[in-house]
Design a protein around this ligand. Structure first.
Ligand code: SF4
Length: 456
């Protein structure tokens, strides 16, 4: 039995899903899925209560240059002629969904612009997009509109325009301030760039700014992470995401730009995590779920404290809706009882929309067993505690057996049907969740052989 942290890292630093969905995408049953089936599930869940509200994720895939660590679906180009056709296609896709849902006024709770680089698009193009999405719909009394901002190309015009149409939150992708790390990850933004965007956003009236920071990037050291966090914390963003670099070069060849020798791994990487987390917590932030931190009073933290935190394809949210519509290439939609993912290339996306078809490439209809396992995983990811269904003795027995080694290593406590992650187990929460993942333990599913990123 491992009795110190290094041994735990050696044991648990294995290929593990991040659980932004359950089942995870590689386990989706594509054979049992059809676009018509997806539409049926969407309508069923929408008409059950049309006032419950929807979230919208819009994927804007273009970037002017490739960051070598990138794990997103991107199209690298400096040609801004691509903007207009893509905006038109997004609006067309949205109109298809509106028509499927009877063209009645939708109750919009959340919009998130992700990418790619949303601020690759000119402010007027983004204005046209948001106007089309909002047209004929109603807004929640407390809507959450947010966007991902690249500090090097987010202008005052972007910030003003998005504020005018309702955006109050932005997430700045910083990752690391060290020039050597920035050079190798090909993402250059100065402290002044970030401070400039922060100051402009604050003076315009944005109320919530998140910093994305990553540990485990090539060439990072304890010194570089310390320096990055000192600067980041001095700017007092409301939220910080401090998450592990996912090294998956077999999926993202850009990550071969650096070698594995450049990467801090195992204990070295865990030390970066421990240092960063200690600094963030000492600065007054509280931990929210996995990898996220927020200042007291922040709505995400309040949701966590009130047991209202939720996790979906966009990450953690305090604005839960059972319907999430994803627009744009590679976006994933979630109708609670079904998932659907759009095609990944811009060309295929246009081709299907030109035929007035939803541009869907695959999906999954959840079984009752899937829904139960998802509940356990969501509870563990959001509340660090899962309450097993007493009546499902057979499944509970399997879960208990899988949890035994984690309990022996002090990562979970089990009391009857309640499984709780210990403070030590929080750093291994993804590993804990694998105990609830039926696909991962099924020899015949793809997930039992697929390579996810390492847990640590
Ligand atoms: S990390 Fe962001 S900005 Fe960089 S290539 Fe990927 S999507 Fe584009």
């Amino acid at each position: 039995m491992p009795n110190n942290l290094n041994q735990l890292i050696d044991k648990y630093n294995v290929s593990t899903p991040r659980y932004t969905s359950y089942p995870t995408v590689p386990c989706w049953n594509e054979a049992g899925f059809s676009t018509q089936g997806w539409i049926g599930q969407l309508k069923k869940n929408f008409y059950r209560d049309p006032t419950q509200g929807i979230s919208i994720y819009i994927h804007l895939p273009f970037c002017e240059s490739l960051c070598t660590y990138c794990g997103c679906n991107t199209r690298i180009t400096k040609n801004h002629q691509v903007e207009e056709p893509y905006i038109n296609a997004l609006i067309q896709e949205w109109r298809l969904y509106r028509s499927i849902l009877g063209n009645q006024a939708l109750h919009i709770k959340e919009i998130h612009l992700g990418g790619g680089t949303p601020t690759f698009f000119a402010p007027e193009n983004l204005r046209q997009l948001i106007a089309a999405v909002l047209e004929g719909n109603t807004l929640d009394e407390n809507p959450s509109f947010s966007f991902e901002a690249h500090p090097a190309n987010t202008s005052a015009a972007h910030l003003s325009m998005l504020y005018e149409v309702g955006f109050r939150r932005l997430s700045l992708g910083i990752q690391d301030f060290n020039p050597d790390v920035q050079r190798v990850i090909n993402r250059k933004q100065t402290i002044e760039d970030v401070r400039g965007v922060m100051d402009q956003a604050r003076s315009i009236g944005y109320t919530s700014i998140n910093f994305d920071l990553i540990y485990g990037l090539p060439l990072q050291t304890l010194h570089s992470v310390f320096d990055t966090l000192m600067v980041a914390l001095s700017m007092k963003p409301e939220r910080i995401s401090f998450y592990s670099y996912a090294h998956v070069p077999w999926i993202k060849p850009g990550q071969r730009y650096f070698t594995e020798q450049d990467l801090p791994v195992g204990k070295e990487k865990m030390d970066l995590y421990k240092l960063g987390k200690a600094m963030i917590v000492k600065a007054g932030y509280k931990e929210v779920g996995m990898d996220h931190y927020a200042l007291p009073g922040d709505s995400l933290l309040l949701a966590a404290e009130n047991g209202k935190l939720h996790r979906n394809f966009m990450g953690y949210t305090d604005n839960y809706t059972p319907l999430l519509i994803g627009l744009g290439v590679s976006s994933i939609s979630d109708a609670w009882s079904a998932y659907a993912q759009n095609v990944k290339t811009v060309e295929e996306y246009y081709r299907l929309l030109n035929k007035e078809e939803l541009p869907i490439m695959r999906g999954h209809l959840l079984s009752t067993d899937d829904e139960q396992s998802r509940r356990y995983i969501l509870e563990m990811m959001c509340r660090e505690k899962a309450i097993l269904d007493k009546n499902d003795v057979y499944k509970n027995d399997k879960i208990h057996k899988r949890l035994l080694p984690l309990r022996a290593d002090g990562l979970v406590r089990i009391k009857g049907d309640v499984v709780t992650a210990t403070p030590k187990g929080k750093a291994f929460i993804r590993n804990v969740c694998t105990a609830f993942d039926e696909y991962l333990h099924h020899e015949e599913t793809e997930a039992s052989s697929v390579r996810f990123s390492q847990a640590v």
